[in-house]
Design a binder for this molecule. Sequence first.
Ligand SMILES: CC(C)(COP(=O)(O)OP(=O)(O)OC[C@H]1O[C@@H](n2cnc3c(N)ncnc32)[C@H](O)[C@@H]1OP(=O)(O)O)[C@@H](O)C(=O)NCCC(=O)NCCS
Length: 188
Amino acid sequence: MDQIETKRLLLRKLIASDAVRIEKLAGDYDVAKTTLNIPHPYPEGSASDFIESRHRAEEKKSIAAFAIVEKESQLFIGLINLNLSAPHSRGELAYWIGKDYWRKGYGTEAVEALIAYGFQVLHLHKIYAASFISNPGSWRVMEKAGLKYEGTLRQHVARLGEFHDLVYYGLLKEAYEDGLNREIALKD
Ligand SMILES: CC(C)(COP(=O)(O)OP(=O)(O)OC[C@H]1O[C@@H](n2cnc3c(N)ncnc32)[C@H](O)[C@@H]1OP(=O)(O)O)[C@@H](O)C(=O)NCCC(=O)NCCS
């Protein structure tokens, strides 16, 4: 399945022309600062390499990565992926949305869709995610999407000159199937 449609979003595979929007939106310090991996400042021209590396990882089945497109404007607005661990049948969620699109419910809508994809299409056993404790936008998205708090790793990562506590949230397939999450019927 190459794309997932929600009420307001289209999650589709990354394409080369997404590079321009990735550099513009992820180049914003406010977007990069609460992620573990977005470089800051964003090196000019490097989003194309990033997209290619995502495609290679997809071929190896170590990731399921999607561009988030706002249906109304048809614009690329962010990225979401599941880092996959086949031996454990586990996926780790990671996501960012461009700042102009925050607080419209898009983060929650994209995460709910990828959870449905992870359990219904990839047949994962567990989906989890980590966020800085200082990033309520991210852990609220997890809570709203049905993930449960599992614990905190204190001052676990150094990012842009500061140490951060990481909170972990997770959702097991059995809880998902018990209806803790809204059922999302995925179309082929
Ligand atoms: C985290 C992020 C994806 C949230 O996306 P979003 O589309 O704004 O999230 P939603 O609109 O679905 O909001 C979900 C909940 O979080 C709350 N929220 C969002 N941003 C918030 C903020 N900065 N502070 C406090 N609460 C926030 C919303 O109010 C909502 O809760 P509510 O319904 O109880 O009011 C977005 O802020 C982002 O991309 N941040 C930078 C990158 C990042 O941190 N990624 C996650 C790394 S783990």
